[in-house]
Design a binder for this molecule. Structure first.
Ligand code: MN
Length: 257
């Protein structure tokens, strides 16, 4: 049976990246696009819980692919898309205009969409590419997106995966998330009215750990990082359990009643 693939992103339905991803996805199965109606970059895993969600058929034509825009976040789009389509086998998110490497994956809306899929028991894969030096060459990236997707789909145990593609890749590497550096920086400035304002932005970084996602991109490779939902620090949990065997002790209030 043909695989049913939901394609979304955090750049919004008008981004060229989602068109590029949907095109490759259609080689693998039946594609449905459900994406935010406006840009939702850096929205992380936010969900909309204080107002209703609506969807509308997109005015953009995606070569015969059904496409809908939603007044919500990437995670909303995945939840709504899976609800409406009912039998989604795979969620693809991207191709994001900008990399999602290292600690950036904590606030990435692109990755959150893939994560939302995994929370529903559906495989989720995020795709991102840098845009700083030049516009992405999606024609060139096509075959690398397809190859990465084939590689990932070959292993049914891979549930949540983060893929980053350099401008013109020369190969593909399995990587781990870089932890050594964080590129978030607050830069103060003044607006035209003379008020102080602040941009949460990106600063230049040093080289990353070998074998990490950032290392792969710096060396011209596509980076594929398998991720997991369980954030538990096994080492820390084991350490505190070892230090204190009677952990499940009865709580004694500090202030006597
Ligand atoms: Mn984005």
């Amino acid at each position: 049976m043909l695989m049913k693939i939901l394609v979304t992103n955090d750049d919004g339905i008008y981004s060229p990246g989602i068109a590029a991803l949907a095109k490759v996805a259609s080689l693998f199965g039946e594609v449905l696009i459900v994406a935010p109606n406006v840009e939702q970059s850096s929205s992380g895993h936010a969900i909309t819980s204080t107002r209703p969600l609506y969807y509308k058929k997109s005015p953009i034509l995606f070569d015969g692919i059904d496409a809908y825009k939603v007044n919500g976040t990437p995670a909303d789009c995945v939840a709504l898309g899976i609800f409406l389509a009912n039998d989604v086998d795979l969620v693809l998110s991207g191709i994001n205009m900008g990399p999602n490497l290292g600690n950036a994956i904590w606030h990435s809306g692109t990755l959150a969409a893939a994560k939302q899929a995994t929370l529903f028991g559906v495989r989720g894969i995020a795709f991102s590419t840098p845009t700083k030096a030049q516009e992405p060459d999606f024609e060139f990236l096509d075959s690398f997106v397809a190859d990465s997707l084939s590689l990932i789909l070959e292993d049914p145990q891979l549930k949540l995966v983060n893929v980053n593609l350099p401008y013109q890749p020369t190969g593909i590497r399995w990587t781990r998330q870089s932890l050594q550096f964080y590129d978030g920086e607050i830069v103060p400035g003044q607006d035209p009215m003379g008020r102080q304002h602040y941009w949460f932005t990106v600063k230049p970084l040093e080289a990353a750990e070998k074998g990490s996602d950032r290392w792969a991109l710096e060396n011209g490779y596509v980076s594929i990082t398998p991720l997991r939902l369980d954030l538990t620090s096994d080492e820390d949990l084991q350490r505190v359990l070892d230090n204190e065997p009677g952990t499940n002790r009865i709580h004694t209030p500090a202030v006597p009643h």
